[in-house]
Design a protein around this ligand. Sequence first.
Ligand code: BES
Ligand code: MN
Ligand code: ZN
Length: 493
Amino acid sequence: MNVSFKTSLLKEHSADVVAVFVHQDEATFSKEIAALARKMAVRITAAEIGDFKGKENESCVVYAQQGKRTRRFLVVGLGERKKSSLERYRRAAATAAKRAKSLKAKTLAIFVPGTVRPFGQTVQALTEGALLSLYKFDKYISKKEENSVSVESLTIVTEGRTKLNEGRASVEKARIISEATALARDLGNAPGNEIYPQTLADAARQSAERSGYRATILDEQEINDLGMGGVIGVSRGSAHPPRFIILEYGPSSKRPVVLVGKGVTFDSGGISIKPSAGMAEMKMDMSGAAAVIGTFEAVARLKLPVHVVGLIPAVENLPSGNAIRPGDILRHYNGKTSEVDNTDAEGRLILADALGYAETFKPQAVIDLATLTGAVVVALGHHATGMMGNDPSLMKQLKSAGGATYERVWQLPLFEEYEKQIKSDIADVKNTGGRWAGSITGGLFLKRFIGNYKWVHLDIAGTAMLEENGDYTFKGASGVGVRLLTEFLRRWK
Ligand code: BES
Ligand code: MN
Ligand code: ZN
């Protein structure tokens, strides 16, 4: 996809489809339409507009004669002006892009008035909305949709040359972030027979080479020598050996922010096997890892002035004669032991090692992302990530980055009263906490393994794996976390 920013007059764009936005407000709607018609040097009549009112995500194609050419303009609703937000622009651009695609347009221009504030962020939101909505995972479909034409070139256009540099920079930012999100989506959507620990590590290494950051891959022997009993234990049932992926970007003179991603490339549950209905979704149980790799791709290409370390324990959780069993006791990196009450609570077992290891980097902050519990989907559905942690100010920063990107997070408490649910009689801690507050007991388990640092745990089980399409998201892997963390790190001091 070719993306660019240009300044020129609205009537001069030659794209197959030119999209323009209007608000739905009673008082201004017809004036906005009249102003557009003037700018496009065409006549738009009430008949052409029909029932279109400018409501959120409503769109209407206007065929207009411009000299000798018949032009297609797409008028897209933004809803009420007083409810305007960056998310509205993302969605409106997604509506425009998907409509342009169904009109078989190869080139799309999206017009943004130079008066919109904040200009740069709006341009970025529009570009991201359009690019993310054109994502598809069709690499395994041999016969692509009957004469499907996809938008090949997107131009964001404004009138007035003063905005050129800001517009170009914003489009470029959006392109990088959307591509990084698409990478995370591709990794999540890829089947378990393609993405297993070694190939996940290969993908991280390729991203590192492409984008300019460092990647180190530890093999089973090295993982074992470090004393990571959780990673070794969970991977025992699989023919694929584990990998421990270490990413690093930025100057080591600064203490790093460490990002930890759960990399279970397929979670069958192990000996505590899951029911077969829906088990296929568990190919996305490495979405935390995908978010970390995607974030590194974005942060490195954006050249953000931060030092970041990424830690990904990568395993496949399968049952076999070598698999760990309920009742087994594992010893983790920091020396603490855990009782494996249920082999399906495997994420916390591998994260325990990674969180302990994070301490060796003397981090300023550690953020882990994991599709950790079904319980978080029960609590928050697919519209918010469950957030737990030990530092209110770090959580506040994530909440704010979540609002800006619309990858929203919502805090759950780590009250000490829940602790007794994960008490073990025979080890330091038990990997299950019973029926109630499953996401919290998952978070409390992790808390036992953190070092002396500020920490936030993001349970993305609901937000990373989607059951239906959204405005610019699709059923399957959402790539959640990439935009959130990139924005968080962009603001990081
Ligand atoms: N990967 C799953 C969590 C999950 C469930 C993600 C549904 C997305 C959708 C995790 O490894 C798991 O199986 N968790 C168990 C924990 C339980 C055994 C304590 C769960 O949530 O049931
Ligand atoms: Mn599991
Ligand atoms: Zn899992």
